[in-house]
Design a protein around this ligand. Structure first.
Ligand code: ADP
Ligand code: MG
Ligand code: MG
Ligand code: MG
Ligand code: MG
Ligand code: MG
Length: 695
């Protein structure tokens, strides 16, 4: 998340009084951007990924793995070295398993994150349209990890697990240790020092709590194993704490049986994800991408599932999404429908972190029936946007985002409205954490309309993270090239998002998905990629029957069918569509081969031939000698799991395969992929059944 300017951050009662001013100035800034940029054309098809890391302190011999809270020092070390590198003084930054392109690419960019134990890294500049560039992503991700590691202590590691299995357990889990129950978070389980100390972050957490009128309630169902008591009570909850008024929350039912109970923003916003931002050629295409990628969100969430453990217990869900949603849910009891509306303006069905509720495209295929009939909007904001020239659909989208209050307001920013800035607009926009984000051009530079795809969970290896990133790029290009139509009613996307949470949802759940993706209107195939395309689409341009009732347009499908195609051939599958797209453009053999390994990973995860990260972690825990089948993931199991992840990372960054690591279940996570094109025996000699602390 980008940092807003430093200043005096207002406490909630003060901030609340200024909320209308921020909204009013925010939409003035938005209209300014709109009027400047609505006709912007021919922006390049750029894209970029964001990878988030946990920083852990791990040694083989010490039993405890801890979260390192040295984010600030690590970022400082990175920044000063990168300054030097710019001046040509630190060539060492470019060492390591890098390839051709890095020498000419700017260095990766590191960003702070909410958790003081987190880092984010993005490429030094966005990726371009070329297919060959897709091969630079994985080496760049590896370079980022190496650079990050090089600026850490020898026992610190950047790891790409979504969540730290022991965050919030009694005793020490951070390095250094701080006792819980600080004034900002008022958590029973985590100290205030867990959050990035930049005033924006503790204020965000404190004001969300304050607006809500109680602590956030991040409850996730426990996974009942054979020795787990039923009903189960979270043994770490203290019902007898009296430090803060909020300690009453637990006594008032915030911690029900059979749920792992968490009570602070850090349990959600301390999770790592993989995000992809695409630049569209113009606003129309951006709006199309926003809509068309939206139904893919839950599918990709389930496929990247990586979050089976919270606070030392196995959860009965596989993904992070709802936990983050609850961790920043600022709604009041009135807004949540628990009390009659008196002081607040409306009931709001979702947290400000949630799947998106609007479609925004001007595509004639967008039927009214796909929209949410109960969408909450601020009608005055909508009217102002439309008076300013914005069309109904986009005005509705922003009038929906603007039902939220700004949470962090700096006194200094309220002196004078600067229409050359976007700070007030971004204040609301960037704290609407939906699974898609429509990003207007920023004020200062020549960036175009962008769309961000936000649901994916981070994967353990850069190979996997590159594979999922590249897959999303290829799906997006196939979508544009074939003018694919993924529309289903937006409420069904919500329902899919819930389904994506189930354990092994990828194999066990069905998801609403559109049956016929192909356009009714003439295809624009091959008009998007200019020189790289050749005439003649490989895909049949099947026509759907116009005027089908909406509920006949979609079906419930397995992810295997959605990704690989249905056995009866009725649904082609996203990977075959991507393959056809690749057939329709010129891709050299080497590139195509590497892309094939990425697609193969995705395909096998979808079919169940390979495990999701969540399944791998569950099996690892289950097979560990310390695991008593009572849902408890203790510090030794955590140590060994993190040890496995560190070992995998070290092998990967050294460009070596994983043979002989002796990590339980690894062959079913990664298959035989790490030998590059044409070699797939990298796990030869792997004993897939050994559970070892010796990694
Ligand atoms: P945020 O955290 O707000 O989503 P970041 O700056 O962390 O934003 O990441 C944005 C991503 O978008 C990065 O991968 C970056 O490389 C990429 N990016 C930057 N400029 C463009 C652009 N013009 N078009 C597409 N992607 C871009
Ligand atoms: Mg981030
Ligand atoms: Mg970012
Ligand atoms: Mg950001
Ligand atoms: Mg982002
Ligand atoms: Mg067992």
């Amino acid at each position: 998340m980008g940092l807003l300017a430093l200043g005096t951050a207002l406490e909630w009662p003060e901030a609340k009084k200024r909320a209308d001013q921020v909204r009013e100035w925010g939409i003035k800034q938005l209209l300014e951007i709109w009027n400047k940029a609505k006709g912007k054309e021919r922006d390049a098809m750029l894209w970029g990924d964001e990878v988030e890391y946990l920083v852990v302190t791990y040694t083989k011999d010490e039993q405890k793995v801890l979260l390192s809270l040295r984010q600030a020092q690590i970022l400082e070390a990175l920044a000063s070295d990168q300054e030097l590198a710019k001046e040509g003084c630190v060539p060492a930054l470019q060492d390591g398993p890098t390839t051709k392109s890095q020498s000419s690419s700017p260095l990766p960019v590191f960003h702070p994150e909410f958790g003081r134990f987190m880092l984010e890294a993005t490429p030094g500049k966005p990726w371009g349209i070329g297919f060959k560039e897709l091969l630079d992503v994985e080496p760049d991700m590896k370079l980022r990890r190496k650079i990050a590691k090089d600026h850490m202590l020898s026992k610190e590691y950047p790891i790409t697990l979504t969540t730290f299995p022991q965050i919030g357990v009694p005793g020490q889990f951070t390095d250094p240790f701080y006792p819980p129950s600080g004034s900002r978070l008022r958590s029973q389980f985590v100290p205030d020092e867990i959050a990035n100390p930049h005033i924006r972050f503790p204020t965000l957490a404190a004001n969300i709590r304050s607006r809500r009128g109680r602590k956030v309630q991040v409850n996730v169902p426990v996974f009942h194993d054979k020795n787990t008591k039923k009903p189960w009570t979270d043994p770490t909850v203290n019902f007898d704490l009296h430090n803060w008024p909020e300690d009453d929350d637990e006594r008032n039912g915030a911690a029900p049986s059979d749920f792992i109970h968490m009570d602070a923003m850090a349990f959600g916003m301390g999770s790592c994800c993989l995000q992809i931002t695409f630049q569209a050629k113009n606003i129309t295409e951006g709006r199309q991408m926003y809509d068309q990628l939206s139904p893919l969100g839950p599918i990709m969430l389930a496929l990247t599932a990586a979050t089976p453990v919270y606070k030392g217990f196995l959860a009965n869900t596989d993904v992070r999404w709802n936990q983050i949603s609850r961790a920043v849910d600022c709604r009041t009891p009135e807004e949540m429908g628990e009390q009659p509306l008196k002081n607040d303006r409306w009931r709001i069905p979702k947290s400000r972190y949630a799947s998106n509720s609007t479609y925004i495209s001007t595509d004639p295929r967008l039927r009214e029936e796909y929209m949410d009939p109960d969408l909450v909007i601020d009608p005055l904001i909508k009217a102002k946007l439309m008076e300013g020239g914005m069309d109904d659909r986009l005005a509705t989208h922003f009038a929906h985002l603007f039902i939220r209050d700004p949470i962090v307001i700096f006194e200094e920013d309220l002196q004078e409205l600067d229409l050359n800035k976007t700070d007030h607009f971004e204040n609301i926009q960037s704290t609407n954490w939906q699974h898609m984000r429509f990003k207007p051009p920023p004020a200062e530079n020549n960036i175009g309309w962008r769309v961000e795809f936000r649901p994916m969970e981070i994967q353990v290896t850069d190979f996997e993270n590159a594979a999922f990133s590249v897959f999303m790029v290829l799906v997006t290009r196939a979508m544009l090239s074939f003018d694919l139509n993924f529309y289903i009613p937006i409420k069904k996307v919500d329902e899919n998002m819930e389904r994506a949470h189930a354990v092994d949802a990828v194999l066990k759940e069905k998801f609403y998905f559109r049956k016929n993706l192909f356009p009714l209107r003439p295809s624009r195939a091959n008009t998007v990629f200019g020189d790289e395309s050749r005439p003649g689409s490989a895909m049949p341009s099947r026509c759907g029957s116009p005027g089908l009732p909406v509920d006949e347009e979609y079906d419930e499908m397995s992810i295997n069918d959605i990704i690989n195609g249905s056995a009866d051939g009725d649904f082609p599958g996203l990977i075959p569509i991507v393959e056809s797209y690749l057939d329709s453009v010129n891709v050299d053999v080497e590139t195509r081969c590497q892309l094939a390994t990425y697609l193969s990973l995705i395909s096998k995860r979808a079919s169940g031939e390979l495990d999701t990260t969540a399944r791998w972690i569950r099996n690892f825990v289950d097979a560990h000698p310390r695991y008593k089948h009572d849902s408890v993931v203790d510090d030794v199991i955590t140590h060994d799991l993190i040890g496995a992840v560190v070992a995998i990372g070290e092998r990967e960054s050294a460009g070596k395969n994983f043979a002989g690591l002796g990590i339980h279940g690894l062959p079913r996570l990664l298959g035989g992929f790490r030998g590059g094109c044409g070699q797939d025996s990298v796990l030869d000699g792997e004993n897939g059944t050994v559970v070892g602390t010796d990694v």
